[in-house]
Design a protein around this ligand. Structure first.
Ligand code: ADP
Length: 512
């Protein structure tokens, strides 16, 4: 018998240790563990790496099947047991993939394989195998599945159609929006040339276009996007916005088109254009009718005034005639003179209404305080007769047509005088600077206006009081005010309560 020398034995032992260490390092790096299960004693042996995979200290594994099963995720335990029993019963290889729960609570995925080894009597004696920590792979797979299903959800629910075609122009995928937009089912599209979604001549040009792009890289639409037309299954041509991008998968080229149905937008654009046209037409008509009104005002002032003057003159002559007139005739003559005066006022109102809307706007620095003073001088007699008082705060110099501003103040103050109650009229004018505008107010202590009538008072010929109420007028004054304010780019409104006076506001934009 050959006895090894101690040196030789040492060297052999050292070499064994080294290769064992190498193996352990390799197993560690590969997150691989080795196990052995003796069927007779039930004892399980784990390599140190397998203990580490389970998050256990070296030698901490209790070496029993119960300890092994305890470490497995409760949901996977039965399955693992089944697979092991099946392998023993049918003497086949054992394979399983399952979760374990580490002592620190972290979950890991293991892939296990085992094989039965027979004892000297030919009967299975033990099972040996490996265990691989596949947590990273499972997590990557899960993340991929996750992002895939998220992406699929986006594609499935997108309002825009998403089509992929290959380099031959053959449709590979379509999403439900494509089916909706074009009226085809996915089956009717996939595998067909994308040309079926285009009307002529684009259909015939498309193949050449793709070929040309592949050869020259010259893109008309790829990476750009533009408006195109599409052809629905029912033959209807629809406007679309199309953006195409190119993807390379290995050496294959895939084109993804995103189509957005812009029928609604187009229809809205057309409606808008139509509306603009109608508006333009209306503006032209308005200009014409304004012009007519101006002409009419001219006719009224000249042609209607002179017979009125004659009428008034005749009435006066009659009144002054030496022949004695009976009281009834005198009354008739007075009625004629009143009517003539009323008609005259009406003509004046109409004329100022026409002037407020037409003619050149002579905008310049307009000292409102001065304008108001002039108006008040003109109203002196009426103010005194009514025991009225008009007060005002300091008023600004604004950029406006002074003559029209005078008309505006005059109309508002006259109304304040006219629509008074029991007390003598008190009217107050003031102005405050707002955001980019001057807001003027003319407040009175008169009979007031019910809120539901606010919009009506600015309509022409609209009167809340007819002549039988004791308030005479033509219903033109506030309409003229509105015209003047609007010609200056401003707004006019009223705040009031019946019996509590009225405050008319108007805002004029501030200009440099
Ligand atoms: P008119 O005074 O000639 O009737 P306006 O256009 O000036 O016409 O006014 C329209 C209507 O608005 C008037 O009939 C009157 O009922 C009402 N109104 C105008 N100003 C006032 C006011 N300051 N207080 C009460 N009611 C007013």
């Amino acid at each position: 018998m050959h006895h090894r020398k101690p040196d030789e034995l040492n060297a052999a032992q050292n070499a064994l240790c080294e290769s064992r260490e190498c193996l352990e390092m390799a197993m560690e790096a590969g997150r691989l563990g080795i196990w052995e299960w003796r069927l007779d004693t039930g004892r399980i042996t784990w390599s140190p790496t397998l203990e580490r995979i389970h998050g256990l200290e070296r030698g901490a594994f209790a070496s029993t099947i119960e300890a092994y099963l305890r470490g497995i995720h409760p949901e996977d335990r039965d399955r693992v047991l089944d697979h092991i029993q099946q392998a023993i019963r049918e003497r086949t290889e054992y394979r399983g993939e399952y979760r374990i729960i580490r002592p620190d609570g972290r979950i890991a995925w293991l892939e296990a394989r085992g094989r039965l080894v027979a004892g000297p009597n030919g009967q299975p004696e033990r099972m040996v195998g490996v265990c691989l920590d596949v947590t990273d792979r499972r997590q990557a797979e899960e993340a991929l599945r996750d992002s895939e299903s998220r992406l699929r959800a986006v594609v499935e629910t997108a309002a825009d159609g998403i089509i992929t075609i290959d380099a031959d122009g053959i449709i590979r995928t379509v999403n439900p929006a494509v089916e909706r937009i074009f009226g085809y089912s996915a089956d009717e599209l996939i595998g067909h040339n994308v040309g079926i979604l285009m009307p002529e001549p684009y259909r015939s040009e498309h193949d050449n276009y793709v070929k040309n792009f592949l050869r020259t890289g010259h893109a008309k639409i790829i990476g750009i996007g533009r408006e195109v037309v599409g052809l629905r299954k029912d033959g209807k041509v629809i406007p679309l916005y199309l953006a195409v991008s190119e993807t390379r998968i290995g050496d294959r080229r895939i084109f993804t088109g995103i189509v957005h149905d812009i029928s609604d937008r187009k229809a809205a654009e057309e409606a808008l254009a139509r509306q603009a046209q109608e508006l333009e037409q209306q503006a032209r008509e308005l200009a014409r009718s304004n012009e007519e009104l101006e002409n009419f005002a001219g006719i009224v002032s000249h042609d209607l005034r002179s017979p009125l003057v004659t009428l008034a003159g005749c009435a006066r002559l009659l009144e002054e005639s030496p022949a004695a007139l009976d009281p009834e005739s005198r009354e008739l003559i007075q009625t004629i003179r009143d009517s003539v005066e009323h008609l005259n006022e009406l003509i004046n109102s109409l004329l100022s209404y026409a002037r407020a809307g037409s003619g050149e706007l002579k905008v310049g620095p307009c000292d409102c305080e001065q304008v108001l003073q002039k108006v008040l001088v003109g109203l002196k007699v009426v103010l005194e007769a009514n025991r009225a008082e008009v007060t005002h705060d300091p008023l600004p110099t604004i950029c406006a047509d002074a003559a029209l501003m005078a008309q505006l103040f005059q109309n508002l103050i006259e109304n304040g005088l006219k629509y008074h109650g029991q007390d003598p009229p008190r009217i107050h004018v003031s102005a405050t600077a707002g955001a980019g505008e001057w807001v003027f107010s003319v407040r009175d202590n008169g009979i007031g206006i019910a809120p539901e009538d606010f919009p009506k008072v600015f309509e022409i010929f609209r009167r809340l009081h007819d002549d039988t109420s004791g308030y005479s007028g033509a219903g033109i004054g506030l309409a003229t005010c509105k015209r003047i304010v609007e010609r200056h780019g401003g707004r006019i409104w009223v705040e009031s309560q019946p019996g509590q006076g009225a405050t008319f506001f108007f805002a004029i934009p501030q200009q440099e």
